[in-house]
Write a protein that binds this ligand. Structure first.
Ligand code: 3H9
Length: 701
C-alpha cells in the first residue's frame, strides 16, 4: 500500500508501537493520513515484539477530523475510507490506545472511539462538530458516542456540535484516564499501553456497549422538539437525531448503515455547501494576498476611542471585553457621562440575564478611562475615531491625533462611507491610518470591515487583522470606495426595493418575500430600525455627486413626512410606544400609491420571486464589480461581509455563493431581463458575471 510516511509517523518504544498523525495544521484525516494509519497498524500486527499500539497526533491536535477539503471529491470515498480505518483499529488484535491532546473533533473523535482505550490530556477540546458543517458524524460517531457516554450527553454534543473539555468528560465513560499535565500524556499512554499489552484479549470495544436509558424514546422526542424550533432551515440536526435513534432502536450495525446513508445525502445539500463555504471563508478572510502571514505586527496594549456615542461606546466595549484598557475621549462632560452610562447599562442588562457576573462587569468598567483631554491618548497604541460622519469633523480629529499620538500608533477611523485616503491625508503618517468599520451594535455584530487606504502599511493591516481575532470579530479587508463592500452593495439592494414600491409592491410584501428567503430583516423594517434619515442624507449627497444615478424619490417623500423610523414612532411602518412590531401603515401605503400615480406608473402585481431576484441579484451584480475593481480580493470575503454584517441567510452561504448555486448563466439572463424593463438603467451587468457565465464557472470556481 502506498504510504505517505510524512503524513503518519511510526516508532516503537519497548514493545509499544506509536502511530503519530502528522498532517498539519490539524491532522485532518485525508487519504494519505488514512492510508498511513492502516499501514502503521499492519506493521504493528506483523511485528512480534509489539504488544500494544498508541495512536496519537503531532503538533496542535490529536485530529481535527475528516479533511473537509476532500468532501465531494474522489479522495473522500477512496479506500481506505475513515470507516475502514476505524474498523482496522477496532479489529486490531493488539490493543490500541488513543492518546488525545488539544483537539479531537469529528472524524478525529470517531477514530479515537474505535480504539480499545482512550487517554486524554486535560484541556483537550472534544467535539462532534459535523452539524456545524451541515452534515452528521459519518464514521460511527452517532453510534459509538451514545454507547460511550450515554444517550443524553451524546445527543447534546452531536446536535450542538459544541466542544467539551476533556476534564469535564473524565467520568463520562469516554476516557480511561484524563492526564492533568498534558506534557505527561505521551509517557502515560506508553505505560497504559504496556499494561494493556500484557493483558489477555479480547480488548473492549465501544460498539459492544449497551445504551442504557429509562426512556430513550421520550428523550429523543424531547430533542426533536428542541431542534424543530432552532434548526428550521438546516436538515442536519434532524438527521443527527434520526441516526442516533436508529442505533437505539435497531442496534449498532443498522444504525451505522443508516448514519452512512444520511451522511452521503447531507454532504451534497446546498446547506452543507454553504456552511463549509462560511467555515473556509472566515479563515480565508484573515489572509490578505500581498501581506504574508509572517508580517511582524505592532504591539497593541492600550486603546483610545474618540467619541462616546453609540458607536464609540460599543467599540470601546469590544476592547475592554478582551481585557484591554481603553481611554474614551469626548469633548463635553455630559456626552462622556452619557456614553459611560450607556456602556454600564449594556453590561447591567447582561448581568440581569445571567450572562455576565457582576464582578466581571466591574472589572471591565475599571478598564475604561474617561477623559476630555487628547493628551490622555499619548500612550495609546491604537486610536479608533468614532465621531460624527462628516469629513470636516474627521479632519479636526485626525489633525489633533497626529499631534498627540506616539510614533507607530495606529490611527483608525470608523467611517462607514468617507474616503479613508482623504482622512489619512490629514495626518503626516498616512501609512498608520486604516479604516475600522464596526457595525451597530458594535459590541454585538461580528463584522469588522478593515479599510485599506492607498498608503496603509502592511504591518498595520496585519496588526488589525490579528487584533480582530482577539476581539472576536470577523474581519474582512475592503479597498477604498464609497460604502466599502457592504454599504456599497446594500445601496443597490435598497434602490431596487424602492423601485419596486413605485412599480406596484408595498413595504410589507417586499419585507415578507425577502424574509421568507431567509434574511433576518427586510429592507424596510431594517431602514426603520437604522433611521430613514441616514439614507436620506446619503441620497442628498449622491444627488450632487452622481446626478447620473437614478433613484426613486419615494423614500425622500417618507422623510419629508418626518417618518424617520422607530425613533419617530413611524417610518415605512407604524409603531406603538414600547413595541417594536412593524404595523403596515395606511398613510404610507396611500403615499406610495399616490406617488406611482404622479409618476404615471401603472402599478402591477410583483411576484415574490421577482422581489427576491431583484434584491439579491442587485447585491450580486455590485459584488461582481467590487471584485473586478479589487475592492474585495475574493468572492468569499463578500459573502462573509453579508453573513456576518447584513443578516444574509447562513444556509445560503452569502450572495456570491447563492449566485453560484443559481448558476451565473441564469443570473446574467435575469439581469439582462430587468435591464430592459422600467428602471432598467439601474442594471448595468458586471462584465465579470458575463465572463464567468460564458466559461461555465462561478465566483467560487
Ligand atoms: C468530519 O470529521 C466528518 C466525519 O464525521 C465523517 C467522514 C466520513 N479539514 O480554525 P483554524 C484548517 S467533518 C481541513 O484557524 P484553530 C483550517 O481551514 C470535520 N482543514 O485553527 C485552517 O487552514 P488555513 C469535523 C481543516 O487552531 C487551519 O486548519 N471537524 C480542518 O483556531 C487552522 O484552522 C471539524 O469540523 C479540517 N477538518 O482551530 C473541525 N480543520 O490555515 C473544524 C481545520 O489554511 N475545525 N482546518 O486557513 C475547527 O474547528 C478548528 O479548525 C480547530 C482548530 C478547532 C480544529
Amino acid at each position: 500500500m502506498a504510504v505517505n510516511d510524512a503524513a503518519v509517523g511510526y516508532t516503537t518504544h519497548d514493545g509499544v508501537a506509536v502511530i503519530t498523525l502528522n498532517n498539519p495544521p490539524v491532522n485532518g484525516l485525508g487519504l494519505s493520513t488514512r492510508a498511513g494509519i492502516v499501514a502503521g497498524l499492519e506493521r504493528a500486527q506483523n511485528d512480534a515484539a509489539v504488544k500494544a499500539i498508541v495512536l496519537t497526533g503531532a503538533g496542535k491536535a490529536f485530529s481535527g477530523g475528516a479533511d473537509i477539503t476532500e468532501f465531494n471529491t474522489p479522495k473522500a470515498t477512496q479506500e481506505p475510507t475513515l470507516a475502514t480505518v476505524i474498523k482496522a483499529v477496532e479489529d486490531s488484535a493488539k490493543p490500541v490506545v488513543a492518546a488525545i491532546h488539544s483537539v479531537a473533533m469529528g472524524g478525529g473523535l470517531e477514530l479515537a472511539l474505535g480504539a480499545h482505550y482512550r487517554l486524554a490530556a486535560a484541556g483537550a477540546q472534544i467535539a462532534l462538530p459535523e452539524v456545524k458543517l451541515g452534515i452528521l458524524p459519518g464514521a460511527g460517531g452517532t453510534q459509538r458516542l451514545p454507547r460511550a457516554i450515554g444517550l443524553e450527553a451524546s445527543l447534546n454534543m452531536i446536535v450542538s456540535g459544541a466542544p467539551v473539555l476533556s476534564e469535564k468528560l473524565a467520568d463520562s465513560g469516554l476516557f480511561d484516564e484524563v492526564v492533568a499535565n498534558p506534557a505527561e500524556l505521551a509517557e502515560a499512554a506508553l505505560a497504559f499501553a504496556r499494561k494493556a499489552g500484557a493483558k489477555e484479549g479480547p480488548h473492549p470495544k465501544v460498539r459492544e456497549r449497551k445504551i442504557e436509558h429509562p426512556n430513550a424514546a421520550g428523550f429523543i422526542q424531547f430533542a426533536r422538539n428542541s431542534v424543530a424550533a432552532i434548526a428550521k432551515n438546516f436538515p442536519a440536526p434532524h438527521k443527527c437525531i434520526d441516526a442516533v435513534e436508529a442505533g437505539v432502536q435497531n442496534g449498532f450495525d443498522k444504525g451505522l448503515a443508516f448514519e452512512r446513508e444520511c451522511f452521503v445525502a447531507l454532504v451534497q445539500t446546498p446547506e452543507s455547501r454553504a456552511l463549509r463555504h462560511a467555515f473556509f471563508g472566515e479563515r480565508a478572510a484573515s489572509k490578505i494576498p500581498d501581506v504574508p502571514s509572517d508580517t511582524p505586527v505592532r504591539e497593541i496594549n492600550q486603546v483610545g476611542v474618540v467619541g462616546a456615542g453609540t458607536m464609540g461606546g460599543g467599540i470601546a466595549m469590544n476592547f475592554i471585553n478582551a481585557g484591554m484598557p481603553v481611554t474614551l475621549l469626548e469633548t463635553k462632560q455630559e456626552a462622556l457621562d452619557r456614553g459611560l452610562a450607556t456602556i454600564r447599562k449594556n453590561y447591567e442588562a447582561s448581568v440581569r440575564k445571567g450572562k455576565l457576573k457582576p464582578e466581571v462587569m466591574e472589572q471591565r468598567m475599571a478598564l475604561l478611562k474617561p477623559t476630555l483631554s487628547y493628551d490622555d491618548l499619548r500612550q495609546a497604541d491604537l486610536i479608533v475615531e468614532a465621531v460624527f460622519e462628516e469629513l470636516g469633523v474627521k479632519e479636526q480629529v485626525f489633525r489633533r491625533l497626529d499631534e498627540v499620538a506616539k510614533p507607530g500608533a495606529i490611527l483608525a477611523s470608523n467611517t462607514s462611507t468617507l474616503d479613508v485616503d482623504k482622512i489619512a491625508a490629514f495626518t503626516k503618517r498616512p501609512q498608520d491610518v486604516v479604516g475600522m468599520h464596526f457595525f451597530s451594535p458594535a459590541n454585538v455584530m461580528k463584522l469588522l470591515e478593515v479599510v485599506r487606504g492607498r498608503q496603509t502599511a502592511k504591518d498595520v493591516l496585519a496588526t488589525v487583522m490579528k487584533l480582530a481575532k482577539k476581539i472576536k470579530k470577523t474581519a474582512v479587508v475592503s479597498g477604498v470606495c464609497d460604502g466599502f463592500i457592504g454599504n456599497r452593495m446594500v445601496e443597490q439592494y435598497v434602490r431596487q426595493a424602492l423601485f419596486m414600491l413605485e412599480e406596484g409592491a408595498l413595504p410589507a410584501q417586499v419585507d415578507r418575500a425577502i424574509e421568507k428567503f431567509g434574511f433576518a430583516m427586510g429592507p424596510f423594517r431594517m431602514s426603520d430600525l437604522a433611521g430613514n434619515d441616514i439614507g436620506w442624507a446619503i441620497r442628498k449627497r449622491r444627488y450632487v455627486e452622481r446626478p447620473d444615478m437614478h433613484y426613486s424619490k419615494i423614500a425622500d417623500r417618507l422623510c419629508e413626512l418626518g417618518r424617520f423610523g422607530q425613533k419617530t414612532g413611524g417610518g415605512w411602518y407604524d409603531y406603538k410606544a414600547g413595541d417594536r412590531t412593524a404595523y403596515p401603515s395606511s398613510v404610507v401605503d396611500d403615499m406610495i400609491r399616490a406617488y406611482s400615480k404622479e409618476a404615471h406608473v401603472e402599478r402591477r402585481k410583483i411576484s415574490d420571486e421577482e422581489i427576491v431576484e431583484r434584491l439579491v441579484f442587485a447585491l450580486v451584480n455590485e459584488g461582481a464589480k467590487i471584485l473586478e475593481e479589487g475592492i474585495a480580493s475574493k468572492a468569499s470575503d463578500i459573502d462573509m461581509v453579508y453573513l456576518t454584517g447584513y443578516g444574509f441567510p447562513l444556509y445560503r452561504g452569502g450572495p456570491m455563493l447563492y449566485a453560484d448555486t443559481v448558476g451565473l448563466y441564469n443570473v446574467e439572463r435575469a439581469i439582462r431581463r430587468y435591464a430592459a424593463r422600467p428602471n432598467g438603467d439601474a442594471w448595468k451587468l458586471a462584465p465579470g458575471i458575463a465572463k464567468l457565465a460564458g466559461e461555465g464557472r462561478g465566483f467560487n470556481g
